[in-house]
Design a protein around this ligand. Structure first.
Ligand code: FAD
Ligand code: NAI
Length: 475
């Protein structure tokens, strides 16, 4: 016997669980299916983000930052901390607790919103007159029918060809977040977001970390001036980043792993390490979805093909988040989930791709929204730029963290903000003001004229906006 719903969501990550909540708020009878298991085999909704992504990585970044501060920055404040030690098992245990709090929070939200949660794998069985039949395979077999299906099955780490993840020596994000000890030497392949965040965690804890990057440019998608400033800080910290390499043979040995590569000068090199993290991007996940049963169209990367509003080629089937085109970010997945639920209800859900913020949670943090200077140059835009260094910000000095700057890019004629780029303390929080400003089509002058609390890091944002018109007050 099949159970009937208005909306069935396959996948309980940020795209799926948020879509389910919004659909329930709009009065639909909703089911959400998610297969993630916790260590005890129980449900662990929240997807990659909650279990092996955003949340656990930020927990470890926080722990490792405390350790780094105790070792290197307390002394500046007159605090003596000798023989500082870290209990890795306790640190990982704390991270697991944070993850569980988030899993439990989502289960509570399902109950609160009267969403039926099914723990197991959801796959298309067939198209029927009443919509689609979805088979749930888990502890219990269930058959669900709904006219509207939202697929939010996320993504998986991309492995290097011929080097599968064993999560012991060759690690994806999963293994990288649950190491039992600090590796003496660690190699990471790919200096993107995961490479930098995970590389930072294990370097702060004492590992000798080298990141090998295939491209000749560091953080090519980031504003060049900001990327340069970040690279300077990482170099100073001892995070070794080699650009323009070509990775060759990877051999796992008794002691760990050996990575052969050619450096930017074309010289053959090799690195031995205890652990290797491969962070070269992620691939959309449709494993087990049985997309073929209903003719759901995928592209050559395996992503579900959708239009600008997340409609697939099948009537009533939608897809959101990492499994479709666009940036692989939790907040992008959430926005798409909300918009799809609203479209199902006949409303005008909307996602503005031009104002999706990016954050890299390293120290210094890197955050941006809108266009970079190199993008503006490439499209021949007439623009003005203004920067303000944290070195001249009173709060940053008091915090003892004056690395970096805020940079504004505004239209040369209308003064409309086209992009804001930050490298420095709390960039992840500061970027929100820029997102709001861009959503409201603010000018740099608008931000420059708003009263910002003193002393605060946000004054650097105001000053960078003033700098667009060459009238900073404190620099
Ligand atoms: P997912 O979160 O991957 O969720 C998909 C869910 O669907 C999973 O639970 C999966 O088990 C389930 N599923 C798949 N197939 C089926 C099926 N057939 N039946 C039932 N269930 C199924 N993004 C940020 O915005 N900020 C960050 O700080 C950040 N940090 C990250 C750190 C790391 C280490 C990684 C790997 C990623 C990070 N991301 C971050 C990216 C973010 O995790 C993803 O963009 C986000 O999780 C995508 O959400 P989603 O709902 O599309 O998919
Ligand atoms: P990424 O796309 O950020 O970086 C991958 C890097 O690997 C690139 O610099 C690329 O040039 C390099 N690369 C690819 N193939 C290579 C090869 N064969 N040899 C050497 N270098 C190679 O991907 P990453 O770091 O794996 O993260 C995946 C996604 O997860 C991110 O794009 C992001 O969407 C999301 N994420 C977001 C975070 C955040 O918002 N703070 C944190 C972590 C992940």
């Amino acid at each position: 016997m099949s159970q009937t719903f208005d909306v069935v969501v396959i996948g309980g990550g940020p795209g799926g669980y948020i879509a389910a909540i919004r659909a329930a708020q709009l009065g639909f009878k909703v089911a959400c299916i998610d297969e993630w298991k916790n260590a005890a085999g129980g449900p662990a909704p929240g997807g990659t983000c909650t279990n092996v992504g955003c949340i656990p990585s930020k927990a470890l970044l926080q722990s490792s930052e405390h350790f780094d501060h105790a070792n290197h920055h307390f002394a500046d404040h007159g605090i003596t901390a000798t023989n500082v030690k870290i209990d890795i098992a306790k640190m990982i245990g704390r991270k697991d607790t944070v993850v569980k709090q988030n899993n439990d929070g989502i289960l509570y939200l399902f109950k609160k919103n009267k969403i039926s949660f099914f723990h197991g794998r959801g796959s298309f069985a067939k198209a029927v007159e009443a919509g689609y039949e979805i088979q749930v395979t888990g502890a219990k077999e269930e058959l669900l029918t709904a006219r509207q299906i939202i697929v939010a099955t996320g993504s998986n780490a991309r492995a290097l060809p011929g080097t599968p993840f064993d999560e012991e020596t060759v690690l994806s994000n999963d293994g990288a977040l649950r190491l039992g000890a600090v590796p003496k030497k660690m190699v990471l392949i790919g200096s993107g977001v995961i490479g930098l965040e995970m590389g930072s965690v294990w370097r702060r804890l004492g590992s000798d970390v080298t990141i090998l990057e295939g491209l000749p440019t560091f953080l090519g998608a980031v504003d060049e001036q900001i990327a340069k400033e970040a690279k300077k800080a990482f170099d100073k910290q001892g995070l070794k980043i080699e650009l323009g390499v070509k990775v060759g043979e990877i051999k796992t040995t008794k002691k760990g792993v050996s990575v052969a590569y050619t450096n930017a000068k074309g010289e053959a090199q090799s690195l031995d390490a205890d652990k290797l993290i491969v962070s070269i991007g992620r691939v959309p996940n449709t494993i087990g979805l049985n997309a073929e049963a209903v003719g759901l169209q995928l592209d050559e990367r395996g992503a579900i093909v959708v239009d600008a509003e997340c409609r697939t080629n099948l009537k009533g089937v939608w897809a959101v988040g990492d499994v479709v085109r666009g940036p692989m970010l939790a907040h992008k997945a959430e926005e798409e989930g909300v918009a799809v639920a609203e479209r199902i209800a006949g409303q005008h859900g909307h996602v503005n791709f031009n104002t999706i913020p990016w954050v890299i949670y390293t120290s210094p943090e890197i955050a941006w929204v809108g266009e970079t200077e190199q993008q503006l140059k490439a499209r021949g835009a007439a623009y003005k730029a203004g920067t303000f260094p944290f070195l001249a910000n009173g709060r940053a000095r008091a915090l003892g963290d004056t690395t970096g700057m805020v940079k504004f890019l505004a239209d040369a004629v209308t003064d409309e903000i086209l992009g804001v780029h930050i490298v420095g303390p709390q960039a992840s929080e500061l970027i929100a003001e820029a997102v709001v400003a861009m959503e409201f089509k603010a000018s740099a002058e608008d931000i420059a004229r708003i009263c910002h609390a003193h002393p605060s890091l946000s004054e650097a944002t105001k000053e960078a906006a003033l700098a667009v018109d060459k009238r900073t007050l404190n620099f």
